[in-house]
Write a protein that binds this ligand. Structure first.
Ligand SMILES: C[S@@+](CC[C@H](N)C(=O)[O-])C[C@H]1O[C@@H](n2cnc3c(N)ncnc32)[C@H](O)[C@@H]1O
Ligand SMILES: Nc1nc2[nH]cc(C(=O)O)c2c(=O)[nH]1
Ligand code: SF4
Ligand SMILES: [Mg+2]
Length: 255
C-alpha cells in the first residue's frame, strides 16, 4: 500500500486567497472525507459543491509514492522544471464551469517582451521561493510529519488548503481553512479562512470571530457563479473584515 496517493501535481500560480498570484507546485492528494468524488454521490455528500476531480492517481504528475522521500523528490522536480521553464502547465482537475476570459495556459516567458530568461538567477532561481500548496481532495488525510520534514529539507515553504475537519500536523507554514457548513470544524485558527459563498448552513458571521489573520469569501463556482459573485461582493462591501477571492486560475485558463 502506497503511503501517499496523488491525483495530480503541477506548477502554476496560486489562484485563490491571500497568496494568489504566487508561483507554486500544487500537490493534489487523492480522496476526501466529505465526498466520494463520484457524481452519483454528490447530492447526498456532506460537501456538495466541489469543483475538483480528486479520485484516483491518474492525473498529470499524479501517482503512488512509497515514502516521504520519493514524494518530496517528485515535487522538487516539478518545482525545478516549472521555475526553469517559466510556464504554467500541466493538468487541472477543476471541473466546474469557468466563465472568465481565457488567455491560454502556455505562457512562455521567453516570448514575453522585456523578459530575458537568460538573465541572472536572482529573479527566477529554482532554489529560492520554493512554495508547495497541498490540496486535494483533503490533504490532511495524508500529509504527515515525515512528508513535511522531507519537503522542508528541500527548501519548500508548505501551505495547505483544508476543509478544517482534521487536525493539522505541526510544521505547516501556511494554513488556509475552507469550512463546509455541514461538517464539524476542528481547525479554528490559521493564516486564512476562505469561505465558499453562499452556503446556507455556513453564514460568514459564524466564522468572523475565529483566530485567523485574513478572511475571504470565494463565490461558489457552478451555474450560479455570476449571482454568487454579486452577493459576495455586496457582503464584502458591507463587512470589510471580509475580502473577495476570485479564482484567478479559472479567469486565466491556467491549472
Ligand atoms: C477542492 S478544495 C480541496 C481542499 C479541501 N478539501 C477544502 O475543501 O478546502 C480547494 C478549494 O476549492 C474550494 N472550492 C471547492 N469547490 C468550489 C466551488 N464550486 N467554487 C469555489 N470554490 C470551491 C474549496 O472550498 C477549497 O477552498
Ligand atoms: N491555480 C490554482 N490555484 C488554486 N488554489 C487552490 C486550488 C485548489 O484546488 O485547492 C487551486 C487550483 O486548483 N489551482
Ligand atoms: S471538502 Fe474540499 S475536496 Fe472535499 S468535496 Fe469539499 S471542496 Fe471538494
Ligand atoms: Mg482548484
Amino acid at each position: 500500500m502506497a503511503r501517499y496517493q496523488l491525483k495530480e501535481a503541477f506548477y502554476t500560480l496560486q489562484g485563490e486567497g491571500a497568496r494568489s498570484g504566487r508561483a507554486a507546485v500544487f500537490c493534489r492528494f487523492a480522496g476526501c472525507n466529505l465526498w466520494s468524488g463520484r457524481e452519483r454521490d454528490r447530492a447526498s455528500a456532506v460537501c456538495t459543491f466541489c469543483d475538483t476531480d480528486f479520485r484516483g492517481t491518474d492525473g498529470v504528475g499524479g501517482g503512488r509514492f512509497l515514502s516521504a522521500e520519493t514524494l518530496a523528490d517528485h515535487l522538487e522536480e516539478l518545482w525545478e522544471a516549472g521555475a526553469d521553464s517559466g510556464s504554467a502547465s500541466g493538468s487541472s482537475s477543476d471541473s466546474a464551469s469557468g466563465s472568465g476570459v481565457v488567455v491560454g495556459s502556455g505562457l512562455d516567458s521567453d516570448s514575453v517582451p522585456g523578459f530575458d530568461s537568460r538573465s541572472g538567477a536572482g529573479s527566477r532561481s529554482s532554489t529560492g521561493y520554493r512554495y508547495l500548496v497541498c490540496t486535494g481532495g483533503e490533504p490532511l488525510l495524508q500529509l504527515d510529519s515525515a512528508a513535511i520534514e522531507a519537503l522542508h529539507r528541500r527548501g519548500f515553504e508548505i501551505a495547505v488548503e483544508t476543509n478544517g475537519t482534521r487536525p493539522a500536523p505541526p510544521g505547516i507554514d501556511w494554513v488556509c481553512v475552507s469550512p463546509k457548513g455541514r461538517a464539524p470544524l476542528v481547525l479554528t485558527s490559521g493564516d486564512e479562512l476562505k469561505l465558499v459563498f453562499p452556503q446556507p448552513e455556513a453564514p460568514p458571521e459564524r466564522y468572523s470571530g475565529l483566530a485567523f489573520d485574513q478572511f475571504f469569501l470565494q463565490p461558489m463556482d457552478g451555474p450560479e457563479l455570476a449571482a454568487n459573485t454579486e452577493q459576495a461582493l455586496a457582503y464584502c462591501r458591507a463587512y470589510p473584515q471580509w475580502r473577495l477571492s476570485l479564482q484567478l486560475h479559472k479567469l486565466l485558463g491556467i491549472p
